[in-house]
Design a protein around this ligand. Structure first.
Ligand SMILES: C=C(O[C@@H]1C=C(C(=O)O)C=C[C@H]1O)C(=O)O
Length: 434
């Protein structure tokens, strides 16, 4: 009888035990102001952020990190996190979602991406929820140490001499891909596919992510401003949040560009809310989220009609789905079961993802994948990494920006190029304006 291969060592045996302490912090300072400048021991990619309207989490330093690739990346990350959480010694004097042990994560969109999923446990975290601020420290030392209050960092320098160049998909390549997708949709093989393109921005000096994050937070208050392992952005789309038994998701699909004239924009918002092309695109996205959450929920509220979400650059049809959690699936497990939603993949999912692989000619990396945070209880929030860019790992002066659009039977290639340009505005402006 041939012997079976030895089972893999359980991750719990390898994840080191961390000591975690959370204390209240008396502060009204903006969270992003705490992020330290990159230095010899603080490379820019160790900064993490998940901030909206002043609340959220920022962190720096790396106590632990994990990476995984391929189709198994979510499961591997979840297993690692459980092992870390089970071995952690935690003293939490605040006790709300986001205190105690917390990781930040970012996942590639595609199973075959050459990029890897990352989970990071920062050594210092400053968080705020409903005006209550706290400080968390994570160490590998067996002793609890007294915590030092974090200091407000100096203002980050603005990027200098930024130029933009086509990435792997030029606007005309993109228009061709959209036209081809419309044909495939007309031939009945699928209903919707989301196609994306990229742009490379290059500065004269390494880009300070803190500059970008501050600009995004100032201008895009209806978004979550995120940073994980060099991926930065301001996403208006919440894939899923689990907060003490309540599950929520903000689904976006259906977009119109803003003109800058408030009255004209109101008329456009009304036309978006009536547009059958956009309502159809939106319906696919809402349905994909409701179906994926159903097995984990005891009751769910899906509003019948979307509202219009106003951002400075675009307006979207939006639906907030709410559900009561029926099992102990963590926020990451929920995010994994929702990914890729029809907002960034298409309908049906398998056909759409295959068509993206065929027509897009680009590795999305972690763009359009889940990005967010999770605590030791599994509560957390995961956005879809949109309106974002990834600092090139081997060239910190450059960042690859991405934008995509949902394509349905009625889509027009030139309008989709224009829509993708509008979706690039937040990151372009954050890199160029003073
Ligand atoms: C794919 C992106 O955005 C998604 C596509 C949308 C659309 O096509 O209407 C709207 C919001 C997002 O779900 C992006 O910003 O890159």
């Amino acid at each position: 009888m041939s012997s079976l291969p030895a089972p893999e060592a359980p991750a719990a045996a390898t994840a080191p035990a961390v000591v975690v302490r959370t204390v209240p912090l008396d502060s009204e300072e903006s969270l992003l102001a705490y992020l330290p400048a990159a230095g010899a021991d603080g490379q820019p990619e160790t900064l993490v952020s998940w901030v909206r309207r002043g609340d959220g989490l920022v962190g720096w330093g790396t106590a632990l990190e994990f990476s995984a690739m391929g189709a198994d990346r979510f499961r591997a990350a979840e297993a690692w996190w459980r092992s870390v959480a089970s071995r952690a010694v935690v003293r939490d004097e605040v006790g709300v979602p986001g205190t105690g042990l917390v990781c930040f994560g970012s996942f590639p969109f595609a199973d075959d991406s050459s990029d890897s999923a990352r989970l990071v446990v920062p050594s210092t975290i400053v968080g705020r929820r409903d005006g209550q601020t706290w400080l968390t420290s994570v160490t590998l030392e067996p002793q609890l140490r007294p915590l030092e209050a974090p200091t407000v960092a100096s203002d980050p320098p603005s990027p200098v001499g930024v130029t933009f160049a086509d990435g792997s998909v030029s606007p005309s390549d993109y228009a061709h891909a959209v036209a081809e997708a419309v044909q495939r949709i007309s031939s009945g093989r699928l209903d919707k596919v989301v196609l994306a393109r990229d742009l490379i921005a290059t500065a004269r000096e390494p880009i300070d992510p803190r500059w970008v994050l501050r600009r995004l937070a100032e201008r895009y208050e209806n978004t979550w401003v995120f940073a994980v392992a060099g991926l930065l952005g301001a996403t208006p789309e919440l894939l899923v949040r689990r907060d003490q038994g309540l599950i929520t998701s903000r689904v976006l699909a259906g977009t119109i560009r803003r003109t800058g004239d408030d009255e004209a924009d109101l008329a456009l918002a009304a036309s978006l809310a009536r547009s059958s092309k956009d309502l159809e695109e939106h319906e696919y996205a809402v349905r994909s989220v409701a179906e994926a959450l159903a097995p984990h929920s005891s009751s769910m509220n899906v509003p019948e009609a979307p509202f219009v979400l106003h951002l400075p650059n675009v307006m979207h049809l939006a639906t907030d789905v709410a559900a009561v959690s029926a099992d102990d699936a963590s926020s990451l497990t929920l995010a994994a079961s929702l990914h890729p939603s029809a907002a960034v993949g298409g309908t049906p999912t398998a056909e759409a993802v295959a068509l993206i692989g065929e027509l897009e000619h680009m590795d999305r990396g972690r763009y359009a994948g889940p990005v967010g945070w999770m605590d030791a209880r599994g509560d957390g929030a995961w956005g879809i990494a949109l309106r974002s860019g990834a600092i090139l790992p081997d060239d910190p002066t450059s960042i690859r920006l991405y934008a995509g659009c949902g394509i349905v039977a009625g889509s027009d290639p030139e309008s989709e190029v224009a829509e993708s340009n509008a979706k690039l505005i937040p990151m372009r402006d954050a890199l160029t304006s003073s």
